[in-house]
Design a binder for this molecule. Sequence first.
Ligand code: HEM
Length: 405
Amino acid sequence: MTTTSSTIPTVNQDLTDWDFCQDPYPEMARWRRLGPVVYNEFADHYMVTGYRNCSRVLAAVEKFGSQDLEALFVRAFGGVTMEALDSQRHHDIRGIWSRFFQRDSLVSQQELVTDIVTSQVDQFVERLRSGESIDAIPNMTRAIPTLVIARMLGIDESMHQQFSEWSDAMGGSQEGAYDSTPEGRAILRKGADATAALNAYIKEVIGRRRAVGPGADLVSMMVFHDYAKEMAEQEIIASNTQLVFAGNETTAKLMATTLVALAQHPDQRRALAADRTLIPRAIEEIHRWQTLVQVLPRRARSDASEVDGVLVPRGAEVKVLIGAGNRDPERWERPDELDIHREPRQHLGFGFGMHSCLGLNLARLEVQIWLNQVLDKMPEFELADEIVYGRGLGLRGPKAVPLVV
Ligand code: HEM
């Protein structure tokens, strides 16, 4: 039997509400118990809840697509990118970079990542040891992924600081989107200006590569690829802009979340320090437990857009609650507990299906190298203040991680 929209359980929740965002899990667990799909009348969208159903929806692009959300990506990156394409064109564009981001190819990037991580961790630890209480985000985690991707794109070192500022402003506009005060509007404007400035700079870099010939960098890889002839200039610019942005806030927030999790669970931190082979699974468990991208937007695009017997009306906005999926008791025992010793099982933190994260191996590599150094150089640390989460579930993470040793 198919449940139609008139019989789908209804809730009323502002997903950007400050209190809700501090701890959305109890409420999302309640929604999961209501059914595979819940209608949220507050924002007129349908929310998908359990692990199995979230992954099914993400895999079924012919029923739940990203491409109808093109405007969202154009606003964020200045043009159409692979994330807004559900067709063969998506595979062709993704294919330009996919080999580079495979795990075995990234072995050659370990030294680069280690150098960047070392410089950031060392200066942070030195300040901590001098007795300061400092926020790990602006003083350590934030710069690492930006510097890594800047080097991979072959960006001139003199531009790295500017690059970080643009990337920060783009990331900041997440928060501005939920703030209707003049301050919120200013944050949004700053984000839009940063996207435009980064677009203009990438355009210049592309021009220089064309004039001089290809280098061993990601911009060249796209510009000189055969498929580039099929792409509009703005698509090439936006794709490179997306690459700058997609991995920065996310990876830095995974590091920040890891610090919070390990400060709150000192026994697990000590077990990890004593047995480093646990690091890869610990990072995945932390990412499952405190998922960063909690919600993925899709649109129902067929008259058969159905989830576990529940029909979602064509054209409806759908929110795939991967944060709720990652705490599904049908998949994990004691899902609300952090347990780095768990047998690893795939979680949804990097998405699922054709749009699953292109950079997940790079993110894992960066966080693994970083965590090893953190455990070596500051094995004991504590939170110096209460942790507060930002508004919105698009990218959830602590606003600040003040630490003391
Ligand atoms: C912890 C860090 C990261 C997290 C949590 C994360 C999360 C995600 C998620 C959930 C998606 C799926 C989006 C969707 O289905 O609509 C995604 C896609 C994507 N990510 Fe990541 N990401 C991370 C790091 C990175 C890095 C380091 C890069 C590249 C340098 C990157 C590049 C991309 C790209 C290009 C896509 C679009 C893929 C496609 O549409 O085929 N991400 N990411």
